[in-house]
Design a protein around this ligand. Structure first.
Ligand code: MG
Ligand code: FE
Length: 170
């Protein structure tokens, strides 16, 4: 593949990752606002929201270092993210379970995206971009592992709250 084609593909991938991270915020922020009975989930979401804001900064820095203006990109990414806000399963009684599954799926999607971007960065020789992409990847892997480990506990708590009829709030 020609050098400029690899570059175009890399830039497109970085822009998609930027949109993906804004989408992540639009999924996590409404969840955080609604959680009342799962404080450890709320705490982890709060932490990962902050991490995600840092991930967006890293992607913008990488794009800027490549000479790409991201002012137009921001608007595009945010409008894209708006479409995913409906993913909250707001009225369902098992919202916390559905959100846990969706979050696990999303983190693994992010992991795949960063692994692919790192492969493109290696192929194109974009050495300066790799530390930021690796940092983002590591945070997604940590979050995915936490969700994996916590799924049984959340489900058990959901069942016991259900038994106690504390179903009005997640
Ligand atoms: Mg992320
Ligand atoms: Fe994430």
């Amino acid at each position: 593949m020609a050098e400029n084609e690899t570059r175009d593909f890399f830039i497109t991938g970085l822009r998609n990752a930027h949109a993906m991270e804004n989408q992540a915020l639009s999924i996590m922020k409404p969840q955080l606002e609604r959680i009342e009975n799962y404080p450890e989930v709320a705490q982890k979401l709060q932490q990962h929201i902050q991490e995600t804001e840092g991930q967006i900064d890293r992607l913008e820095q990488i794009l800027q270092d490549l000479g790409e203006d991201h002012s137009a990109l921001k608007d595009w990414a945010l409008s894209f993210a708006g479409g995913m806000a409906a993913m909250g399963h707001t009225m369902a009684g098992d919202e916390i379970i559905k959100n846990s599954l969706a979050n696990f799926a999303f983190e693994n999607y992010e992991i795949a995206a960063y692994k692919s971007l790192l492969t493109i960065a290696d192929a194109g020789g974009y050495v300066a971009a790799t530390s930021g992409l690796r940092a983002n990847l590591a945070e997604e892997q940590t979050m995915a592992a936490w969700l994996d480990e916590n799924l049984a506990q959340v489900t058990t708590r959901f069942l016991s709250l259900k038994e106690a009829d504390v179903t009005a709030k997640i």
